[in-house]
Design a protein around this ligand. Structure first.
Ligand code: M6R
Length: 613
């Protein structure tokens, strides 16, 4: 969740590079910020609770001299946001500075051991213990790297770490376990970072580190080792060179392009991102391989978290309705409820925009341990999911910076719909010409999404939800899944309690909450005309009812008390309904958040990628 950057340069002061990196990383966590810079003599740390911009200007970070440095944006796990809990953390002598992303499971044990050994721990964090551990290990080691490696081998849990040591002013040590960390290979400098956008302005040559790897960079050298039972084994130069890959997307793609917030930029980008997903995958033989797995497996489990889980729900719908295959949707953090029931004849489809979500990766590891084959669906090339899955497909949606997933949701749906269609062919439900027709109809999606965005921007009020603190977002069939994602968007950025459940459930309890003007939104998809009854029930009790539907889908009976919002027609094709309805709710959440004075790119308590348990 936290963001990390470290740069060492042969001749440049690195503070401006770190500042820019911190701005790019702010979406990861933003409760506190810190920087450590080494000039030729000592390591100095600046850190504070608050946001990146205030921090950078308050301490005039750009003007600090020094050719090696670290930066960190924090998303609190151990200890509340505060100056003292901000990273970097230092050892007792103030010579070692550490930044960390992850959670140490053996935090309590390590802390008591270190305190018994006389270390004075000043913060509530697990990270500070790493600095003290390294300091402690130097007494038993012949080099700083040995002490660092010994300390790392005592850590349990997840970590991406970058460390500087005052006595080696041109070197940054790093280690990775279950938290993302990459190396940027530059000219006259090298860098480490938790995320590629932090360094892509400076280099496009990236090495993704694997779990269990550690090492160091200097301005001219990258050395990577594996921690094995036999000790440290160096990754040879040839292998390391072969792992360098080039980032194709531009710096531009990760900047706001004149929009006030990334979220709006990414909403508006959906016609392009959906097209890119479609065109980039439609003829990819990997989809056929996945389809054949799905058509022949015993069970299919579809897992992910948040928005990715909601895309998974849509997938289970299409798998059943296009390919006739039953699948089990599973929230990734709940993987244990199915772990014992999974076997090697099963397939797990794991969906994750970032490919780094801890819960999703834990589920993948558990199911792989049972012999299941894993299909990874991700947006990030080189992500942990892409490396742990047996087969990976990429969303090709371009970088998504806003914490609220928007364009990646519609891209996930596109990709998973393509997979469902190919699975139908493998399962013998559709012939070649039918598959061709189904695939061709999806080419309409970018235009539908564009028109839906335009109409939504026009029809949605800034304070659509008024002073209401709660709302229901309902649907049936496919619409129930779209409604779930809509409710998540409204909750996470507008801080309105939006609840979503299949509309038919209202009469079994939730309708008791309805009083005059209670907002109830319906995502009406063409598979569920019965929703009309639910709309009438709500309207009859005085709710403020809004029905969002494709223009060419007529409700069987008119409900005069409900406001009907017409989204673009979807050619009577249920596969196109998500592109007509989803942008409406994204834009509603966005407008509501902005009008209430919230920053939709940085919702409180959230981070873009949740790399902790
Ligand atoms: O990177 P992932 O798709 O694995 O992320 C999963 C969730 O953390 C993510 O979708 C989260 O719910 C977003 N904030 C939703 O807008």
């Amino acid at each position: 969740m936290c963001g990390i950057i470290g740069v060492c340069s042969v001749d440049r002061n690195v503070a401006p590079m770190i500042s820019l990196g911190l701005r790019r990383l702010e979406y990861r966590g933003y409760d506190s910020v810190g920087v450590a810079i080494i000039d030729e003599r000592n390591v100095q740390v600046w850190k504070a609770k608050g946001d990146v911009d205030s921090f950078l200007s308050r301490f005039k970070i750009d003007s600090i001299a020094g050719k090696t440095g670290l930066g960190h944006t924090r998303w609190a796990t151990h200890g509340p946001p505060s100056d003292v809990n901000a990273h970097p953390h230092m050892d007792c002598r103030g010579k070692i500075a550490v930044v960390h992303n992850g959670v140490l499971r053996n935090f309590v044990t390590l802390r008591s051991i270190l305190e018994l050994r006389g270390h004075s721990i000043v913060s509530d964090t697990d990270t500070e213990l790493i600095a003290h551990l390294i300091e402690d290990e130097t007494q038993f080691s012949s080099s700083f790297f040995e002490a660092f490696a010994r300390a790392v081998s005592r850590l349990e849990g997840s970590y991406a770490i970058a460390v500087v040591n005052e006595e080696e002013p041109h070197r940054i040590y790093f280690a990775r376990m279950k938290s993302p960390l990459v190396i940027g290979v530059g000219g006259g400098f090298n860098a480490v970072a938790s995320d590629i956008p932090a360094i892509v302005e400076y280099t496009r040559r990236i090495i993704v580190l694997n779990d269990g790897e550690l090492g160091w960079i200097t301005p001219g050298e990258v050395r990577v080792f594996r921690l094995t039972d036999e000790g440290l084994v160096e990754v040879d130069r040839e292998e390391l060179l072969s792992r360098i890959f080039f980032i194709e997307w531009s710096v531009e793609a990760a900047s706001k392009h004149g929009y006030p917030y990334f979220m709006m930029k990414e909403i508006v980008e959906q016609p392009d991102s959906v097209r890119s997903t479609y065109e980039g995958n439609v003829s990819d033989p990997v989809l056929k391989a996945i389809a054949s797995l799905l058509a022949t497996s015993d069970n299919i489990i579809v897992t992910g978290a948040g928005t990715s889980y909601h895309a998974g729900l849509v997938f289970t719908y299409y798998l059943a309705n296009i390919a006739g295959r039953h699948s089990i949707p599973l929230i990734a953090s709940e993987y244990k409820i199915l772990e014992r029931a999974v076997s090697k004849r099963d397939v797990v489809v794991a969906i994750s925009q970032s490919g780094e979500t801890f819960d999703t990766l834990e589920a993948v590891r558990a199911f792989k341990g049972k012999g299941a084959r894993v299909v990874g669906v991700t947006n990030v090339v080189g992500s942990a999911l892409s490396r742990e899955a047996d087969i990976t497909v990429y969303m090709r949606a371009g970088p998504e910076i806003g914490v609220a997933a928007t364009k990646t949701f519609t891209s996930q749906i596109m990709l998973l719909t393509l997979i469902s269609i190919y699975t139908a062919r493998e399962a013998g439900l559709l012939g070649d010409s039918e598959v061709e027709a189904e695939i061709a109809s999806l080419a309409e999606a970018p235009d539908i999404v564009r028109e839906s965005i335009e109409r939504s921007i026009e029809v949605i009020n800034d304070r659509e939800l008024g002073e209401h603190r709660s709302a229901y977002i309902l649907g049936r069939g496919l619409g129930a899944h779209i409604a779930k994602e809509a409710a998540l968007k409204i909750k996470e950025i507008a801080y309105v309690h939006a609840e979503s459940y299949p509309a038919g459930e209202s009469k079994h309890g939730p309708i008791a909450l309805i009083d005059k003007e209670f907002p109830v939104y319906f995502a009406a998809t063409r598979d569920s005309p019965e929703i009309t009854g639910n709309i009438m029930e709500m309207a009859a009790r005085g709710a403020r009812v809004v029905v969002v539907k494709p223009e060419d889908y007529k409700l069987p009976v008119g409900v005069k008390e409900a406001k009907i919002v017409e989204m673009p027609p979807t050619k009577k094709d249920i596969k196109l309904d998500p592109y007509a309805l989803t942008p409406y709710f994204q834009i509603l959440a966005y407008k509501e958040a902005v009008a209430r004075g919230y920053n939709p790119d940085k919702p409180r308590n959230l981070a873009k990628t949740v790399t902790v348990e």
